[in-house]
Design a binder for this molecule. Sequence first.
Ligand code: AMP
Ligand code: GLY
Length: 425
Amino acid sequence: MNILLIGSGGREHALGWALAQSPLTTKLYCAPGNAGIADVATCVPLSAADHGAVIRFCREHDIGFVVIGPEAPLVAGLADDLANAGIKHFGPSKAAAQLEGSKGFTKDLCREAGIPTAAYGRFKDAVAAKAHLARQKLPIVVKADGLAAGKGVVIAEAREEAEAAIDACFAGAFGAAGAEVVIEEFMTGEEASFFALCDGTHALALASAQDHKRVGDGDTGPNTGGMGAYSPAPIMTPAMTARTMDEIIRPTVAAMQARGTPFKGVLFAGLMITADGPKLIEYNARFGDPETQVLMLRLKSDLVTAMLATADGVLDKLDLRWRDDAALTVVMAARGYPGTPEKGTEIKGLAGAADVEGVQIFHAGTRRDGDRILADGGRVLNVTALGRTVAEAQARAYAAIAKIDWPGGFCRRDIGWRAVARERS
Ligand code: AMP
Ligand code: GLY
């Protein structure tokens, strides 16, 4: 069948790379894609925000399946419009994507279903939010309710800082996303990224991963979309995975079904592994970026089959196979990220870097200019590698990075440190 993939990041390059390998794929299109995705798909200048144009494209190109990568089109209801047009797709409805689109929605659902998460309050004005804040312990977490591209979260050590975050939200720092504020208890523990395919009724756990959110070595500096990841996450033992499925994922799937808004797609749980076990930090209604890059390298089973089983509601019949190898990805970002990244700097040496054993380079934000590859975003490249251990995957990824000639870019030098330290001990 012909498949249309929506998105333009490293996550979509990794998904496209896996989709293109499927015997079920006749022709793969990507809208809008990037310079790397163009190696595995035909890139088309189609805006995901124009649902009518997407549907017309599907009809004209005999698209049998649409895979929606990012959250914005999900929250905007692209899946609903595809469903109404009778076009099979991977990705939840607008109502189900509220699990990512509204932090308050998810917190209320957790409370009703008894899902472990941080204690919280929801507020529509600063006076009420500050009154609640006055009664809380520090540090405290202040979040804009809606989609804020990872920037709407402040962990405040001091009350004034929390008050400033509340004021910034209501003053419009995050636009409509900040019309409501969620104030949460601060949880301590180790974070993990957990993914499960959900078909509305059944849930199937994928491999685990860990992300590095801070821009600087040693997990310092501002938060980013993710500077690197590895899989598996050693903290997600089989017992921890089973608890996460039983205490968090399955109750969520059941609650969404009971509300008449079944979740079909991939549910990405940001977890805090606390002394009391796994607790939900937040949900995303899509694959993680850059976690997907490591998951796709480890996935042995056919991705199209898995996504079709999700759309068709038959995940109970599916069994996925994973490589025993570890995978690790290092994000190369343009200078200035996560502030204002420099655009248009030239990247050389990619072919030589891709020749390093076990290495696969995914493009996150690039464009082609004749024979040249130019940086075209904040996160630009995901240098990804397999290895028998995280340490081996890490060594391979950094060996490839040493061959990339890109003065306009930078990366963290310590991706995977926690897992590598565990392997050594
Ligand atoms: P989020 O965008 O909700 O994933 O939050 C971004 C990051 O803030 C998370 O990855 C955590 O590191 C941190 N965070 C969010 N909520 C909490 C919380 N309640 N307790 C501790 N850390 C949190
Ligand atoms: N890596 C975290 C995210 O995709 O939101």
